[in-house]
Design a protein around this ligand. Structure first.
Ligand code: PLP
Length: 481
């Protein structure tokens, strides 16, 4: 009889606990606004509350859920709070969470078309939808004769790494995967680019010292003449320029690199242009903000993160490439155990060849649910609202003689500071974050500590932004006196 013994959760038990979990999440959505945004625990607090040894015999689900409240929740920084204004958002939504739950329920590993055709075909289709929704150049769609297409990557860091690896291979006529790199390949990005580009240089074996950081103008955008001068210098020194990464919406201040001029230079010198629009790309859902993508027709690859601002919970980066054959040539290896008729026919996409890992989750499901739930109009409505709130916040800053803008906000990130220097800005931020009422982070611009008000959480409304501004002014006033 012991043969029948099972420790597994039965479908009926799953149903019961699943309902409890969904209830828990719905309650969390209702109360998240009242929780301290930045976790108030100290290093080691969470581990100290956990048993040192794992349980010998299984525990009840109710106890686990209780520990979630008692032990884990105090150690959560609430990214889904409407009072979260730090970093860039990582927003989520009901349809995304449910899509992710279904992806877990299906438990698909979609490395090959064969291992779940729907996982692959839905992804190709939804990424073509996304390209259409953002009005990206046709070359990034899977349906164009040029052979482009999109894939969901884990993060923008992975997307940029794949772009760099493909640029490296193209620059070495697809030999460096076999022979290693036998000449110095040089890449370029601005001083304001995300650190993932430097990391990609390290991982790709190009060396971070071979990444030229190009100077920026007063809006913090890359200066094209300086890019061209750096390329010319490297060519004169016998080096091989192979990759430029331009940013649409830098992490520090949301600066927009001028794609038309940068693209023109890349085309002239035959250099791969990758565009990183991790957060700001989502703004192109609205026709009035599509100017951020002017010049994208020059790009070889492009990425943005629905997991930042498009209501799709982490992880979901959309990576588009104009020449998918180059990417596949860079990343494909086919061991015997993965060979199959569909792959051999050449009629299907095997996404394992489009990124670093072999295995992959069914992430297209949550993106599909988000797009279908909101519709293009619903997404546009919320993006417009976030940008409107940020612009209004910027107006309040301009109207207050104690505060100033560090730079005009192009979209939904406002960089500002108290006029009395770094110390008071640091104290305003620390006091506010310690209060748990809102969460703000900072950057340095022109060597001055600058506060960042990043507006993109799913449920942030006017009243949250208004209260944040009131708290900032009150805190500054208290410190002043
Ligand atoms: N690129 C830019 C412009 C970013 O702002 C960020 C993160 O904020 C990244 C890349 C890295 O994003 P990910 O966490 O998806 O790698």
């Amino acid at each position: 009889m012991t043969d029948d013994k099972s420790y597994h959760m039965t479908p009926d038990e799953f149903r019961e606990h699943g309902y409890a979990v969904v209830d828990w999440i719905a309650d969390y959505m209702n109360r998240v606004e009242s929780l301290p945004v930045l976790s108030q625990v100290k290093p080691g607090d969470i581990r100290a509350a956990l048993p040192t040894a794992p349980p010998e015999s299984g525990e009840s689900f109710g106890v686990m859920l209780k520990d979630l409240d008692d032990i884990i929740l105090p150690g959560i920084t609430h990214w889904q709070s409407p009072n979260f204004f730090a970093y860039f958002p990582a927003n989520a939504s009901g349809p995304a969470i449910l899509g992710d739950l279904l992806a877990s329920g299906l438990g698909v590993q979609g490395m090959l078309w064969l291992t779940s055709p729907a996982c692959t075909e839905l992804e190709t289709h939804v990424l073509d939808w996304v390209a259409k929704m953002l009005d990206l150049p046709d070359k990034f769609k899977s349906t164009t004769s040029g052979g482009g297409g999109g894939v969901i990557q884990h993060t923008a860091s992975d997307a940029s790494l794949c772009a760099l690896l493909t640029a490296r291979e193209r620059a070495t006529k697809f030999t460096s995967n076999s022979t290693g790199i036998n000449r110095k390949l040089i890449a370029y990005t601005s001083t304001q680019a995300h650190s993932s580009i430097e990391k990609a240089m390290m991982i790709a074996g190009l060396g971070k010292n071979n990444l030229r950081l190009i100077d920026v103008d007063q809006t913090m955008a890359m200066k094209p003449p300086e890019l061209e001068a750096a390329i010319a210098d490297d060519l004169e020194d016998g080096l091989k320029p192979c990759f430029v990464c331009a940013t649409v919406g830098t992490t520090s201040s949301n600066a927009m690199d001028p794609l038309p001029e940068i693209g023109e230079i890349c085309r002239r010198y035959g250099i791969w242009l990758h565009v990183d629009a991790a957060m700001s790309g989502t703004a192109a859902l609205c026709p009035e903000f599509r100017h951020i993508h002017a010049g994208l027709e020059f790009a070889d690859s492009y990425c943005f993160n629905p997991h930042k601002w498009m209501f799709t919970n982490f992880d979901c980066d959309c990576f588009f490439i104009a020449d998918r054959a180059a990417l596949i040539n860079t990343l494909s290896i086919l061991p015997e155990y993965l060979r199959n008729e569909a792959t051999a026919s050449g009629a299907v996409i095997d996404y394992r060849d489009w990124h670093v890992p072999l295995g992959r989750r069914f992430r297209a499901l949550k993106l599909w649910f988000v797009i279908r739930h909101y519709g293009i109009q619903g997404l546009q409505h919320h993006i417009r609202e976030h940008i409107r709130l940020a612009q209004e916040f910027a107006d309040w800053i301009c109207a207050d003689d104690q505060f100033e803008l560090a730079v005009d906000p192009p979209l939904n990130l406002v960089c500002f500071r108290h006029i009395r220097g770094d110390e008071i800005n640091q104290r305003i931020m620390d006091d506010l974050n310690r209060s748990g009422k809102i969460y703000l982070t900072h950057t340095k611009m022109n060597d001055k500590l600058t506060l960042r008000m990043s507006i993109g959480q799913t449920h942030t409304r006017y009243r949250h932004v208004e209260r944040a501004w009131q708290l900032i002014r009150e805190t500054a006033g208290g410190l002043d006196s």
